[in-house]
Design a protein around this ligand. Structure first.
Ligand code: TUI
Length: 314
């Protein structure tokens, strides 16, 4: 069975991991994905520790399946999130936006499986040397904070560079993406944007609608000059950001424009002046469906594609 090294490592049924999305990936969404046989992940993001702890308590009531947590290493709340992962014995931890060395040192002895999200081969190799048990290779089609390489190039590069299971991320919404991930040497996929448009996701309906109606070339990347490029649905906010960047505005002015924008989109539904983080794959998402439908549909479609490809190769 394709992806067995990943599903065995994580104790899950299908090789589908939910991407960690700050403000969006809460206990409800993560539990829905885990209950459907994937791996749900609670995003620590910049969540204050007392609120994150509530999510960790809640998910234990919502699922008896494995789930994980993601720590955004650039966040000032990252050290507190690491301690909560230790306290609640979180089984799987993904990290993003930085080097996971210290997190691995602290949590691996407790039995936590660490899967750093990386955007380059160099960071993947270093993370495996530091003890990572799997790697999520995230291409620049993804939403939120991104690297420079595409999924198509990054995935095979990482898969040939490390000897642990690789999870392919960035641009994947369906069975075509899952089959392609296997073809590139990955053992599974991480899916973000598609799960935002799930019935169980508690994001504001305006956010889901913005993704459902998005067409190709609907996203914009801002923040590149500051070294932290972020992909969002193009709107008034991204245009203002890009204008400031074009005019070489001081970093403080750019930072000020960004304050509170993700919350505004996710909680208040402000899709014009909020930060509607999304992958390019929003163009491939046309409906809102239950997580179980998304996952089983993806797996059966991939099996059908792989069967057909197998038949043609003979
Ligand atoms: O982390 C993500 N995606 C994110 S984090 C986020 S929250 C945020 N909000 C506003 C501004 C910025 C971020 C939204 N989306 N994806 C995983 C990811 N990790 N992409 C790239 C990387 C990465 C970058 C550098 C991983 C490691 C790394 O290492 C650098 C080094 O030298 O160690």
């Amino acid at each position: 069975m394709l992806g067995k090294e990943l599903t065995d490592l994580l104790g899950i049924k299908y090789p589908v991991i939910q991407g960690a999305m700050a403000w969006i990936a809460n206990a409800e969404l993560a539990a829905a994905v885990s209950n459907a046989g994937g791996l749900g992940i609670i995003a620590a993001g910049n969540t204050p520790p007392e609120l994150l702890e509530k999510e960790l308590i809640k998910i234990r009531e919502l699922t008896d399946k494995p789930y994980g947590m993601n720590i955004m290493l650039m966040s000032p709340t990252a050290p507190a999130a690491v301690e909560l992962a230790a306290k609640y014995r979180v089984k799987v931890l993904t990290t993003g936006a930085g080097s996971p060395g210290k997190v691995i040192e602290r949590l691996k002895p407790l039995g936590t499986i660490i899967m750093p999200v990386v955007a380059s081969t160099a960071v993947a190799i270093r993370a495996v040397r530091q003890g990572a048990q799997a790697i999520v290779a995230e291409g620049m089609e993804a939403g939120g904070h991104i690297g420079e390489l595409t999924t198509m190039v990054l995935t095979p590069l990482v898969a040939q560079a490390v000897d642990v299971p690789v999870v392919c991320a960035g641009g994947i919404v369906d069975g075509r993406g899952l089959a392609a991930a296997f073809a590139m040497g990955a053992a599974g996929v991480q899916v973000g944007t598609r799960f935002v448009c799930s019935t169980e996701c508690t994001v504001h309906p305006n956010y889901k609608n913005a993704l459902v109606k998005a067409k190709e070339r609907c996203t914009a990347v801002t923040g590149a000059p500051t070294g932290h490029p972020v992909r969002c649905i193009e709107n008034k906010l991204t245009k203002e950001f890009l204008k400031l960047e074009y005019d070489h505005a001081p970093n403080e002015q750019i930072e000020k424009l960004g304050t509170g924008r993700l919350r505004a989109a996710v909680v208040d539904g402000d899709v014009e002046m909020g930060s509607v983080m999304s992958g390019q794959s929003a163009a491939l998402v046309n409906d809102v469906r239950p997580c179980a439908d998304i996952i089983t549909g993806m797996v059966s479609e991939a099996e059908e594609i792989l069967r057909k490809l197998g038949a043609k190769a003979q």
